[in-house]
Design a protein around this ligand. Structure first.
Ligand code: NAD
Ligand code: WQD
Length: 341
């Protein structure tokens, strides 16, 4: 049997990182994960081990720490890297822009430097649909221009992509995956998202309201130019996001070229409104969700969903889960962490 790649996963204890480690282990890859654990917990790593029944290396490392990163690269021989480690809150980035630029750009640069020195050439980067802002055409494809970012977080992803395009000329081959709205949790109910404080994102707010942690969900605006007036998004199951990373690693391995930068939208191609999601949650869980309509949230784009043709053809990837399953899994995880099951 062909020796499988050894993959370094930064941010491997995080929401998407941990689900990706599962996919990699199940596909037979050797995995080493690093995470500062600043925004996650070691129990997620334990959860990955019990779901897969497989061992993998885990090190508590901050990607900004050059000597710790040097140690990681000096003691392993990696074939590919998946870089999840970053801060991801739009609101927090507005309050603390420097923190966001320092961590999101800094961690990437320390990583790229180590990859160059140790001649690790294949990198998958976590980008975001936020790079497009409100696109002129929907569904949005990868050729859409970047609009001025609404937040330092969005700007950090645009800047990282620019850095990666430039660094690709030095022999680092990059796939940038622009995630739309990842939701849900592992079907086992053993791992999922651990939002810090009051969630900004819709689905954790929905599940926390259903669990009684929050009193009421506010739907931010019902006067948008959409079918029911609420915003439209492309919600994608986190396991579908995760599985695309395995395809991306295989894609890079098959490439002959020494330099490459390729961006792919990672969405389902289905636009779902906030109110449709709320109704679907009530339908699939049977929970009566307390919600009201409130004013628009500043900075929200009206509608955005992916044209997924490039990822479907180029990475031979397809979403497996639908919205109902994604919401059921999110609810199962919420009940588990609240001790309701
Ligand atoms: P997450 O916060 O759950 O995971 C990120 C992990 O990285 C955390 O465990 C955190 O402790 C770790 N981390 C942060 N900075 C670090 C550093 N300097 N060194 C080491 N570890 C560090 O977030 P997530 O939802 O899993 O997101 C993963 C990536 O995907 C991020 O780059 C994020 O910007 C991007 N992304 C997320 C979404 C989303 O909605 N979840 C959408 C688009 C893009
Ligand atoms: C979705 C919709 C809200 C909460 C963000 C980032 C993006 C990406 C994904 C990282 C919007 C509405 C929300 C609530 C609501 N992350 N909503 N009540 O804003 O599409 O994208 O996460 O890269 O970069 O910007 O996701 O989940 O915050 O909001 O009505 O309590 O739900 O207004 O229309 P968003 P979200």
């Amino acid at each position: 049997m062909k020796k499988k790649n050894h993959v370094l996963v930064t941010g491997g204890a995080g929401y998407i990182g941990a689900h990706t480690v599962i996919e990699l282990l199940n596909a037979g890859y050797e995995v080493t994960a690093i995470d500062s654990l600043e925004r996650s917990e070691i129990r997620i790593v334990e959860g990955v081990k019990s779901i897969t029944g497989k061992e993998f290396g885990f090190h508590k490392v901050d990607c900004l720490d050059e000597s710790a990163m040097e140690q990681v690269f000096a003691t392993h021989r990696f074939d590919s890297v998946i870089h999840f480690a970053a801060y991801k809150s739009v609101n927090e980035s507005v309050e603390k822009p420097l923190l966001y630029y320092k961590n999101n750009l800094g961690s990437l640069m320390v990583l790229l430097d180590a990859m160059k020195r140790y001649q690790v050439r294949d990198l998958i980067f976590s980008s975001s649909c936020t790079v497009y802002g409100q696109p002129d055409q929907i569904p949005v494809d990868e050729s859409a221009p970047f609009k001025k970012a609404e937040s330092p977080y969005g700007a950090s992803k645009q800047l990282c992509e620019r850095i990666l395009e430039d660094v690709a000329t030095e022999g680092i081959r990059v796939v940038s995956l622009r995630y739309f709205n990842p939701i849900g949790a592992h079907p086992s109910g053993l791992i999922g998202e651990l939002p810090i404080g009051v969630p900004n994102n819709l689905v954790p707010y929905v599940t926390q309201t259903a669990a009684g942690v929050r009193q009421q969900l506010t739907v931010f605006g019902n006067d948008y130019n959409t079918t029911d007036g609420s915003c439209l998004r492309d919600f994608i199951h986190v396991c579908d996001v995760a599985s695309a990373h395995v395809n991306a690693i295989d894609f890079l391995q098959e490439q002959k070229s020494a330099k490459l930068f390729e961006a792919f939208n990672l969405g389902t191609g289905v636009g779902v409104s906030v109110l449709e999601l709320v109704k679907k949650f009530i339908e699939v869980t049977g929970v009566n969700l307390n919600y009201k309509i409130g004013p628009r949230r500043p900075g929200d784009v009206e509608k955005v969903y992916a044209d997924p043709k490039k990822v479907m053809n180029g990475l031979k990837w397809k979403a497996k889960y639908d919205l109902g399953q994604s919401l059921q899994h999110a609810w199962q995880w919420e009940k588990k962490i609240r001790g309701l099951v």
